[in-house]
Design a protein around this ligand. Structure first.
Ligand code: ADP
Length: 447
């Protein structure tokens, strides 16, 4: 096992990894920008090292600064968390070239899934059902028109290098395809430096269902059920739950085994998420994320496993500590993402926390790096806390979430907490009957 791990991240996810290290008897090294000198991850780690000025590009995204921090502290492995360098194949390559272990999949697997056309081709080859659409990139407007005719409108033009919902354009009819095609290419070029686009059938009322997978890198893999992350604003997840309210044990088994087998065949190492749109009983692959997800705690709650511990174990060459048959859904879990944002516009709201009190009690988990007097810097993501609840069933989880939100105190700044108080009253949230479009519509009507 590793003696010392460096965590190339900040905020709640850095704390999450430090906690796993401590329970495993592994020393942790925090890295931080000058803006984060007082951050909780710096206080909580065994060692801390400053890697640069506030902007992410000069600190948490600086490969050379992070590699130097590893050399100086003698860390043997790097945990990337999510975001920043977690899905950067060049970084993984550089880490391995320095004789340091990257806790996550290989550079090759990250590259394969980072390009959406290659990812879709790989998925199809491995027997994963995909959204019908163009075979590969679409070169010009005539080709785009032909695809529109073949699959029928509406279609969506998407950037192969896409991420964060950018470079995606809807064409509802043949009249709109030329504009959609050209603007998607322009946006893709500006955002990702790669103008290649592909075209898919646009699904009208899908849910976002994602399957958590885990591989040992040697050809053994399991799935850990699904999460429903349909409640999104601008393609950003806001509220996640597991298991999915619309997914039966048979469906879970069916799609889960397809995913586990695919990941086993790839000899994939570590945690991954295979994302689907789910409509009328059918799953359609959209992408695979080759890292730990923000919403991983809901899976941990219902499966009773520590995914970060497992990532570290597998990276150190140990066997998976569970078999597929050990992984049975226990109850229901929900996560809400608490952001430092001002409603109704969700404008970022950094500032000083004058008072903080975390909720507690049975089935409540608060993953956060907040503390009394903490100054939230303006340079990074606005996620400040994840409140996760677990109950014996969905109604109990909802009641527990309501109770825990009532106990939470975050004073001094605006947060998205009031949104969740309101959202919990909505009938669709109570029944679990919503699609990926439901939240945006509800926000328009209620905020
Ligand atoms: P990104 O990597 O930019 O997040 P994704 O391919 O994961 O892009 O898609 C993000 C979101 O866009 C999905 O969760 C869904 O809401 C919407 N979307 C993507 N493809 C389709 C499609 N074919 N039909 C309908 N909605 C889609």
């Amino acid at each position: 096992m590793f003696r010392k791990i460096l965590i190339a991240n900040r905020g709640e996810i850095a704390l999450r990894v430090i906690r796993a290290c401590r329970e495993m008897g592994i020393e942790s090294v925090a890295v931080h920008s000058t803006a984060d000198a007082d951050a909780m991850h710096v206080r909580m780690a065994d060692e801390a090292i400053c890697i640069g000025p506030p902007p992410g590009t000069d600190s948490y995204l600086s490969m050379s600064a992070i590699l130097s921090a590893c050399e100086i502290t003698g860390a043997e492995a790097i945990h990337p968390g999510y975001g920043f360098l977690s899905e950067n194949a060049a970084f993984v390559q550089a880490v391995e070239d320095h004789g340091i272990k990257f806790i996550g999949p290989s550079a090759e697997h990250i590259r394969m899934m980072g390009d959406k056309i290659t990812a879709k081709e790989t998925a199809l080859r491995l027997g994963i059902p995909c959204v019908p659409g163009s075979a590969g990139g679409v070169a010009d407007v005539d080709a785009a028109r032909a695809i529109g005719e073949e699959f029928g409108y509406p279609v969506i033009v998407k950037a192969t290098a896409g991420g964060g919902g950018r470079g995606m354009k809807l064409a509802k009819s043949a009249d709109e395809i030329e504009v959609a095609f050209k603007s998607a290419r322009t946006e893709a070029k500006a955002a990702f430096g790669n103008e290649e686009v592909y075209i898919e059938k646009y699904l009208g009322t899908p849910r976002h269902i994602e399957v958590q997978v885990f591989g040992d890198g040697k050809g053994r893999a399991v799935h850990l059920g699904e999460r429903d992350c349909s409640l999104q604003r601008r393609h950003q997840k806001v509220f996640e739950e597991a298991p999915g309210p619309s997914i039966t044990p048979e469906l879970r088994d069916h799609i889960g085994m397809i995913c586990a087998n695919a990941v086993a065949e790839m000899k994939y190492e570590g945690a991954g998420t295979i994302e689907f749109l789910y409509e009328n009983g059918e799953f359609f692959f959209i992408e695979m994320n080759t890292r730990l997800q923000v919403e991983h705690p809901v899976t941990e709650a219902i499966m009773g496993v520590d995914l970060v511990r497992e990532q570290i174990r597998v990276a150190a060459g140990e066997e998976l500590s569970f078999h597929q048959e050990d992984l049975q859904v226990q109850g229901h879990a929900i996560e809400v993402r608490i952001n430092a944002e001002k409603l109704p516009n969700f404008s970022p709201c950094p500032g000083t926390i004058s008072q903080y009190h975390a909720p507690g009690g049975l089935g409540v988990r608060m993953d956060s790096a907040l503390y009394d007097g903490y100054r939230i810097p303006p340079y990074y993501d606005s996620l400040i806390a994840k409140l996760i609840v677990h109950g014996r069933d969905r109604p109990e989880a909802l009641a527990r979430l309501n109770r825990a939100l009532g106990e939470l105190i975050v004073d001094g700044i605006d947060t998205t907490v009031p949104l969740f108080h309101n959202l919990l009253q909505a009938e669709a949230v109570q029944t679990g009957d919503y699609t990926i479009h439901w939240l945006e519509k509800w926000l328009d009507e209620n905020l």
